[in-house]
Design a protein around this ligand. Sequence first.
Ligand SMILES: Cc1cc2nc3c(=O)[nH]c(=O)nc-3n(C[C@H](O)[C@H](O)[C@H](O)COP(=O)(O)OP(=O)(O)OC[C@H]3O[C@@H](n4cnc5c(N)ncnc54)[C@H](O)[C@@H]3O)c2cc1C
Ligand SMILES: NC(=O)c1ccc[n+]([C@@H]2O[C@H](COP(=O)([O-])OP(=O)(O)OC[C@H]3O[C@@H](n4cnc5c(N)ncnc54)[C@H](OP(=O)(O)O)[C@@H]3O)[C@@H](O)[C@H]2O)c1
Length: 325
Amino acid sequence: MRTAATQQQAGGAAENSAASVASLPQLPQNRPMDLDLQERIPVNRYRPSAPLRVTLDSIEKITPEGSPNDVRHLVLRWRPGEFWWQEGQSVGIIAPGLTAKGRAQPVRLFSIASARGGEDGDGCTLGLTVKRFYWTVPETGVVIPGLCSNYLCDAQVGDQMLMTGPVGREMVPLDWSAPMLLIATGTGIAPFRAFLQQRSRLPAAERGKTLLVFGAQTEGDLSYREWMDDLAVHDSGLQIVYARSREEKTATGKRMYVQDRLREYGHQAWQLLQDPRAVTYLCGLKGMEEGIDDALAATALDHGADWPALRQTLLDEKRFRVEVY
Ligand SMILES: Cc1cc2nc3c(=O)[nH]c(=O)nc-3n(C[C@H](O)[C@H](O)[C@H](O)COP(=O)(O)OP(=O)(O)OC[C@H]3O[C@@H](n4cnc5c(N)ncnc54)[C@H](O)[C@@H]3O)c2cc1C
Ligand SMILES: NC(=O)c1ccc[n+]([C@@H]2O[C@H](COP(=O)([O-])OP(=O)(O)OC[C@H]3O[C@@H](n4cnc5c(N)ncnc54)[C@H](OP(=O)(O)O)[C@@H]3O)[C@@H](O)[C@H]2O)c1
């Protein structure tokens, strides 16, 4: 499976007008995706050499007290008209300070967790789902806080930050009425929060049937669960299933991962994939790709289908979209 670009993507300034965002048309029913639309998605309005200055509007720890994980929901604000994006895109954040070579810190990407109207509908804010990251120096075993994620998680309301983007076209839905299979681990839920927010703002007839499979270590790590469950109660086309790896076990006694849950819900997933417009989106840990591939292969086999051939068709038709990190 291919992975999405992890770098700032090229794109002309002319692509970045508000009009071009607003004018992306909905596709007619039962037609293949118009991939030209994808090329027209605006990217790189702000580059690292000329980032947008934004203000931290709010920051909330969304993992419970006592959890070893620290995930925060941040809301960034700018002046009207300065920034636009589409669901599935990311922004870059430039942490303060210099690298060992005396250069500005390179951009770190974060998925935008809000639909295009922003957190309060005026289009001047967006949410990020940031996990405080630590890494270990292999030679010494010393644990080092990740630079940008810790900068963001320690930020205070009112702080100014440098933001670039938006970037990424791979994860942007082109047809909201098409069925969607969404698979997320951990902070990979961020773009799908944006998807579900946008979905909730559409008339029921324009929302494709959607199955979200979301995995995290514990119940408390399932970010936004309460809000998502509430959406599903009021949306008969939306089904959400969870995998809590440290609290649930598979039949063979292993940690319950998204691929195991997907296998259980293979029939529902298979029904969705029968629609020639259906798109699968994967976001989160790189390690899940192989397991998801195996789960879909097993599901295809159950239904007498040839997964390698189907996978190739889905990839060729851009109906299997992956953003892992
Ligand atoms: C498309 C995309 C979307 C993403 N979305 C999200 C999201 O929504 N939420 C989220 O939390 N994260 C997201 N990430 C991950 C995010 O971009 C960062 O990678 C993550 O937050 C860690 O960054 P950091 O600055 O904290 O860590 P860093 O300080 O950048 O450390 C990261 C790694 O760099 C190496 N490293 C750093 N310093 C050194 C050094 N001095 N010597 C040797 N090696 C070093 C280490 O291997 C370390 O593991 C996304 C990534 C991508 C590509
Ligand atoms: N380039 C980078 O800097 C870089 C690269 C990778 C990750 N990161 C950072 O690492 C952090 C990851 O945190 P997160 O909250 O998103 O994820 P996470 O909490 O580490 O994992 C989310 C869920 O996925 C499960 N999981 C682990 N391996 C899996 C696999 N092979 N298949 C399916 N599921 C699997 C985990 O289970 P268990 O934990 O119980 O096994 C957990 O339930 C983020 O801060 C991210 O930015 C950074």
